[in-house]
Design a protein around this ligand. Structure first.
Ligand SMILES: [Zn+2]
Ligand SMILES: [Zn+2]
Length: 130
């Protein structure tokens, strides 16, 4: 069993897959259910409205969404800025455009690397037929 510092309160605890101690986890679950209740009542809220209404801090709510613990379904205004370009996003760290761009970037980079390797291979193909 691993001993770790709780991400939230800093207390040492026996880690079992989570970053927070059991006490904080219970607290977070409590906060999450409050947020969910609030959103059921006011589906058009923004994160600021929810923060006001539930007394949960803005960044805590964003973390819940990023970690996939708070799933947004019919809450069109619950967006927060993308970490890369600042565009409104509603899941993960990046907006749809940035995640797509990054994915394409990785693909292109590895493809051009492969092409260079093929070109630089000595003695291949018809060139060796002298
Ligand atoms: Zn804790
Ligand atoms: Zn973005």
């Amino acid at each position: 069993m691993t001993i770790a510092n709780c991400k939230r309160c800093g207390r040492l605890f026996h880690k079992s897959g989570k970053d927070v101690c059991p006490e904080c986890l219970r607290e977070e679950d409590q906060l999450l259910s409050e947020i969910r209740q609030f959103l059921r009542k006011y589906p058009d809220s923004t994160i600021f409205d929810v923060a006001d209404g539930t007394q949960v801090e803005y960044h805590v709510i964003v973390d819940f969404i990023r970690d996939g613990r708070l799933i947004l379904r019919d809450n069109p205004n619950m967006s927060y800025p993308c970490e890369r370009c600042g565009a409104p996003t509603m899941s993960g760290r990046l907006c749809v455009t940035c995640s797509r761009e990054l994915a394409n970037g990785f693909k292109e980079a590895s493809e051009s690397l492969r092409q260079r390797e093929t070109r630089n291979r000595p003695g291949g193909g018809f060139l060796s037929r002298s």
